[in-house]
Design a protein around this ligand. Sequence first.
Ligand SMILES: [Zn+2]
Length: 151
Amino acid sequence: MIFVCDVMLGKLARYLRTLGFDARYVRQGEDPASFPPPSGQCLFLTRRQDRTGRPHTVVIRDNDPAKQILEIKEIIDRHVDPKAFMSRCLECNIPLIDTPKEEIEPFVPEYIYHHHDRFKTCPSCKKVYWEGSHAEEMREWLEKLADGTAR
Ligand SMILES: [Zn+2]
């Protein structure tokens, strides 16, 4: 499942990446037509009200990214794979690669190096991730999700 997030949905794209989804982001000035077209495999998310009713398009109504993700919760629930959590660079949307601990040492703070054994790096921006490095965003998201579903 691919998500194309329109302008103003950058934070939502990061949430989707945290969950392991392929979430493209249309930056200001970029043409959405240069992204994969909406289809059964590719959902277009936008704030543009004039897109209401178009196929494979969800018009997002809330300003708050944590609430935005609730608007597509049912779709996410259908496709989410816990094994894919934290497998993608939050900046680049690229799958991370497992990297041996010894190669990581120069690039992370000492206490991180000593308290973690599994590291991943982004092949594009070279950012290093470890268990816990996504945790802040993840926890924030899960808390908002729990708020939104509490009845
Ligand atoms: Zn990256």
